[in-house]
Design a protein around this ligand. Structure first.
Ligand SMILES: *Cc1c(COP(=O)(O)O)cnc(C)c1O
Length: 458
């Protein structure tokens, strides 16, 4: 008999979560103005809102926290983290920040000017926010295959080099702040970028003399997919692949809350000293002194340890196989999901799942509310709400894909929880004929509205 796959860790500490009843959930979601962000976490049974900062730290990370050095300047913890970043990514210079968007804020203060363009692959919401806030434009150059959820392309996060070259041809290089490669491509479904694509994008960046930035939140999951899907990498370790990937990056912004498996933290990596120096001033203004930048010494210790664990193959295999387990269970139940299954989340194709809801009534949001009411599971909309309004016309931007993202926290839930999620979605699927109307917005913020938007049921 073949020995089945099992997790590469065992559990040492647990946290109680509570089931609720449907009537309670109907009341709570109404009070939350039908925005899942407004729910109290105690009102949620299985929380798939995000995999950001929600993972379980290891015994080694917790023990590293006990020996953090909290000195203001030159802390030992800073040098431990500096060494980890050099060893794993090869960056000579780095700045700690309190999370990923803070890294964007600091670095973009140096690199992005009003009127610039920033081509990339499905810019993350805060990345786009920080670009548009500076009156620059994010141009999405993701390959078209990413928008067909049944297309089995192995690297749906890739940039379409023809689209990218068009942007580079039609803009003087002073107007291109940088090219951003999001690894993995979160918005397109946690889909990876191939090493081949990284090389091609880097060649274009060099040809047109513009810098290349890696938005690195899930760099290790991306490396896992390169190892398991791209010819020539099967015998390389994750750490070797990561080092090779980052040979092509000029800068990196990192949300350590993802693949570095900490609850809070981030950093910027630099190859050149000049940009590092300029960014240091902004870091001091926005984040903190350059040797802590918004992080405690103990948090820098946990982050350094997390970078090491997060780039171990056994850990990544456990993680990505759990996400795939949920994804394939949903496929077996006939639920339309983005395929192949991504690294950190399963993305449900809401347009296909709830065909009777008009797009003006926020299809994926409606699905998210229904899943919550069904079993206390909280996902998040990746669709019209997230795409926000066009900054000029203020009209809704209707993206090609309307998705409900079920992000799986690292080392947190068991496959029994995955079974609950799958059954709950199947129940929603079975009553989809009765779901014919969605929601209307009664209040929204001018930018990044999805966090705080309020709805009324139609
Ligand atoms: C989470 C994330 C960010 C922002 O990081 P925060 O730590 O949430 O501020 C940026 N880019 C990508 C791809 C992300 O997933």
């Amino acid at each position: 008999m073949e020995i089945p796959f099992a997790e590469s860790y065992k559990i040492k500490m647990v946290e109680t979560i509570r089931r609720s009843i449907r009537e309670e959930r109907e009341q709570w979601i109404k009070e939350a103005k039908y925005n899942l962000f407004n729910l109290k976490s105690d009102q949620v049974f299985i929380d798939l809102l995000t995999d950001s900062g929600t993972g379980a730290m290891s015994d080694k990370q917790w023990s590293a926290m006990m020996v953090g050095d909290e000195s203001y300047a030159g802390a030992r913890s800073y040098y431990i983290l500096k060494k980890a970043i050099k060893d794993i990514f090869g960056f000579e210079y780095f700045l700690p920040t309190h999370q990923g968007r803070a890294a964007e804020n600091v670095l973009f203060s140096v690199l992005v000017k009003s009127g610039d363009v920033v081509p990339g692959n499905s810019h993350f919401d805060t990345t786009k926010g920080h670009i548009e806030f500076r009156k620059a434009k994010a141009i999405d150059c993701t390959i078209d295959e990413a928008y067909d959820t049944t297309n089995q392309h192995q690297f749906k996060g890739n940039i379409d080099c023809e689209k990218l070259e068009n942007v580079l041809k039609n803009n003087p290089k002073e107007k291109v702040s940088f090219i951003v490669l999001t690894l993995t491509n979160n918005t397109a479904g946690g889909q990876p970028v191939s090493m081949q694509n990284i090389k091609e994008v880097s060649a274009l960046a060099k040809q047109y003399d513009v810098p290349l930035l890696f938005d690195s939140a899930r760099f290790a999951e991306n490396a896992y997919f390169i190892k398991t899907r791209e010819a020539g990498y099967e015998n390389k370790s994750i750490k070797e692949i990561v080092l090779e990937m980052y040979e092509y990056a000029d800068y990196a912004t990192m949300s350590s809350k993802k693949d570095a498996i900490v609850n809070m933290g981030g950093f910027i990596g630099f190859k050149d000293q000049e940009t590092y120096r300029q960014a240091s001033t902004y870091n001091i203004m926005f984040e903190g002194y350059i040797t802590y930048g918004g992080m405690s010494g103990r948090d820098m210790n946990a982050l350094a340890q997390g970078l090491d664990e997060g780039t171990e193959f056994d850990y990544l295999e456990t993680r990505i196989k759990q996400v795939a387990y949920l994804g394939h269970k949903l496929i077996d139940f006939g639920i339309p999901v983005q395929q192949p299954i991504g690294g950190h989340a399963v993305f449900v194709d809401a347009k296909k799942m709830l065909p009777n809801i008009p797009k003006e009534e926020y299809i994926a949001q409606t699905l998210g509310v229904e899943l919550y009411i069904e079993a206390g599971i909280r996902g998040v909309e990746v669709g019209t709400l997230l795409a926000d309004r066009d900054p000029e016309t203020r009209e809704n931007r209707y993206p090609e894909l309307e998705m409900l993202r079920l992000a799986i926290p690292r080392r947190t839930y068991t496959n029994n929880h995955m079974d609950v999620i799958a059954a709950a979605l199947k129940n929603v699927l079975d009553r989809r004929d009765k779901l014919t109307s969605g929601y209307k917005i009664v209040w929204e913020a001018p930018i990044m509205r999805h966090f705080t938007v309020e709805f009324e049921k139609i």
